[in-house]
Ligand binder design. Structure first.
Ligand code: ATP
Ligand code: MG
Length: 579
């Protein structure tokens, strides 16, 4: 199922905002709407996280006018010591800032709450609401039951409060090896919702934590740590993806019980689920992204073909493009698959407005204007942006020898080809009308040079120049001025819209691997020619290369003064639609 694109510039009205509006109207949470973006620092952020960031930060920003106490916290959900590190934390902060949100002063760590989380767990034990289970993992799994069968109470379920407290304290003190005991909530082993069958609260894990060091050898489980962290931070609306809907009763159970015990005051935070972002031709699971990087299928976490925010940035995608995209796809309660072209269109729309135009020849061949004086330089004016005259013009010089695009010439033109071919006329953009008089080719028929004559009375912008109509209008650069550049053309990383998905006609036992759907031609590096000024443009500067697409000076490899390196962000038009 593919989402139909809602109208452009649709206001971000959605069911979440409707709920918040109601809470504001009833003053449920006083003067605040508080959200959080809670990544686990175990990987780099991807396009899906961008949706969550704009949603959470966007809500806090938009409600600040009405509810001045509103905020959005960046919460590093670091309760899983073995997979997390500070490199990921730094990268997350950088990506959030790149999307335009300042996390300074509102950056929190679940690990800062370890003491409080532990204290609340003891309170649950004292209230008879949690117990230490000492079954082995296999028995615990078997006794959990199935979707159709209830679970079976653990033989340790009725331990006394004192025994539970003693064991839990000794768990913390490091007396037991990993996996020997866990702390569980005492809820209902027969619940129809498996999440409520005495879920784990704490497990033993003798592991070094990137922030708390060796201070702890027990770590809280996600379902417990998350809701308690929300309550500690005064979060009002805890927005998460749909797969947590079945966990909501547990979210409420922990907070209701802790409120009854006086640990938190009402009103408590409420969990609201929304659909996660799924995109065609893209994988968004961290596990798969790790496979792509460690398997050497891409060049690292910031490879422009990856759907990470680091990759997007290097590719030339813009924060404004992501904002437009998240507004356009909206927020819904049912999972859907968004066509990748929707994202690309958003990037195009933003870049079309903001990117200055430049000329680049991606695959150059020489054009010689045989009647053009050898030492003459004809000054031509090119607008920097066709819709923004205030951005001015720049000079480019037309000379006898030029570079043009190889595919703007055809020795034997096919029907409908209106560019250069023997005997035919085209306009050199911002310059003159020329007529092709011949070409030279090597023995294999590969064109080496094209010859033409120019008509001096047809200069663009001079009186009468428009009276002669030609169908083709091609871009060019003087061989005297143009400088070589590395131009990287990126394409989709996968050839199938659902990488790794089964196809019609697949044998029932066939399992596909998403890596089989990798596009072998997702990157091509060309030695092109660009305007001389591009040698000194700063990294990350974005342009439209006329007639070619949007390009960005590479963040890493483009160094002013050296051979420029440009990455293609997106073509001018969608080239995949028909395939
Ligand atoms: P992954 O599936 O890639 O491992 P995750 O959900 O484990 O992602 P977290 O770092 O825990 O990643 O997620 C941080 C926040 O981002 C969560 O609130 C989560 O709901 C949200 N999020 C993650 N993936 C998506 C997505 N595809 N669409 C929307 N929100 C997402
Ligand atoms: Mg997660």
């Amino acid at each position: 199922m593919t989402d139909h694109t809602p109208p452009a510039n649709a206001l971000p009205i959605n069911f979440i905002r409707a709920r918040i509006d109601e809470d504001c109207a009833h003053q449920t949470y006083g003067d605040r709407v508080a959200t959080r973006f809670p990544p686990e620092p175990n990987g780099f952020l991807h396009f899906g996280h961008a949706k969550s960031i704009f949603l959470n930060y966007g809500i806090a920003a938009d409600y600040r006018a009405e509810c001045p106490g509103s905020y959005c916290n960046l919460r590093l959900d670091d309760t899983n010591p073995t997979k997390e590190n500070t490199e990921f934390v730094d990268s997350i902060r950088e990506d959030v800032a790149w999307l335009g949100f300042d996390s300074s002063g509102r950056e929190f760590y679940a690990s800062d709450y370890f003491e409080r989380l532990y204290h609340c767990a003891e309170r649950l034990i004292e209230a008879g609401l949690a117990y230490v289970d000492s079954q082995d993992a296999e028995s615990m799994r078997l006794n959990r039951g199935t979707l159709t069968e209830p679970g079976i109470d653990s033989p340790f379920r009725n331990r006394s409060i004192d025994e539970n407290l003693d064991l839990f304290r000794r768990m913390r003190a490091g007396e037991f090896p990993d996996g020997t005991h866990i702390l569980r909530a005492k809820i209902d082993m027969a619940s129809g919702n498996i999440n409520l069958r005495d879920p784990a609260i704490y497990r033993i894990r003798h592991a070094h934590h990137h922030r708390t060091g060796d201070g702890w050898c027990i770590y809280p489980m996600y379902d417990y740590a998350h809701c308690v962290s929300d309550a500690i931070e005064g979060i009002t609306h805890s927005l998460c993806t749909l797969e947590f809907a079945d966990h909501r009763p547990l979210y409420d159970w922990f907070l209701d019980r802790l409120a009854e015990l006086g640990e938190f005051t009402r009103p408590l935070p409420q969990q609201i689920e929304f659909s996660r972002l799924n995109l065609t031709y893209v994988v968004l699971s961290k596990r798969k992204l790790i496979q792509l990087v460690t398997g050497g299928h891409v060049d690292g976490w910031d490879d422009p073909r990856l759907p990470t925010l680091k990759g997007a940035r290097r590719r030339g995608y813009t924060p404004e493009g992501f904002k437009l995209f998240t507004d356009r796809i909206g927020i819904s309660k049912s999972d859907s698959l968004i066509d990748f072209t929707v994202l690309e269109d958003c990037m195009r729309e933003v870049l079309n407005e903001s990117a200055e135009r430049r000329v680049a020849i991606l695959d150059p061949i020489k054009l010689v204007l045989t009647n053009f004086p050898a030492d003459h330089r004809e000054r031509c004016l090119a607008p920097n942006h066709p819709h923004h005259p205030e951005l001015g013009t720049r000079e480019i010089f037309l000379t006898r020898e030029l570079w043009i695009e190889r595919d703007d010439f055809m020795a034997e033109p096919v029907k409908g080809f209106f560019r250069l071919s023997p005997g035919k006329e085209v306009r050199l953009r911002y310059g003159f009308i020329i007529q092709c008089t011949g070409f030279t080719a090597d023995e294999q028929g590969r064109v080496l040079e094209v010859q033409a004559t120019f008509d001096p009375d047809t200069k663009s912008g001079t009186p009468g120049s428009e009276s002669r109509k030609v169908k083709g209008n091609i871009h060019w650069l003087s061989t005297a001025d143009a400088i070589p550049a590395d131009i990287r053309l990126y394409d989709r990383l996968f050839t199938h819209p659902a990488p790794g998905a089964r196809r019609e006609g697949d044998a029932p036992d066939l399992e596909r691997d998403f890596l089989e759907d990798i596009n072998p031609d997702s990157r091509q590096t060309l030695r092109g020619m660009v305007e001389p000024a591009l040698a000194t443009c700063p990294p990350e500067r974005r342009y439209q290369f006329e007639r070619q697409g949007y390009f960005v000076a590479d963040r890493v490899d483009h160094q002013p003064g050296q051979r420029p390196v440009f990455n293609r962000t997106v073509t001018l038009r969608d080239t995949w639609q028909k395939s």
